[in-house]
Design a protein. Structure first.
Length: 115
């Protein structure tokens, strides 16, 4: 699966996902550090990546608006850091969680997902 890891999550999550055989980029690696969420979403659409974020309010609204307008959309996976270990254990835990979700959902629909 192709992932785009939002900047509120550890960039190391992308490398951890790569170890599972995924193609993943952090927002920083994609040159989008500090970009607004609409630009992040548009890049995900252009590159056909699944967005991983903790920012439900903004990305759910963008997704809903785009779906209503018939604009191209991607899957957006919402995670909660508080459900994973802190510190350096966060990125590996998120990657395991996302990998497991991807195995169960190999072709996720464009829209909002809560794994």
């Amino acid at each position: 699966m192709r992932w785009l890891i939002d900047e509120m999550l550890p960039p190391a999550t992308a490398a951890e996902l790569a170890a599972f055989g995924h193609e993943a980029l952090s927002v920083g690696e994609a040159g989008l550090g500090g970009s607004d969420d609409a630009a992040v979403y548009e890049t995900a659409v252009e590159q056909q990546r699944v967005i991983v974020t903790e920012n439900f309010a903004d990305f759910a609204t963008i997704t809903s608006d785009r779906l209503a307008a018939g604009a191209p959309c991607v899957p957006v996976v919402f995670v909660r850091k508080c459900q994973h270990p802190r510190g350096s254990a966060l990125a590996p835990s998120l990657a395991r969680h996302l990998h497991g979700w991807s195995v169960s959902n190999p072709n996720p629909y464009p829209g909002v997902h809560w794994p």
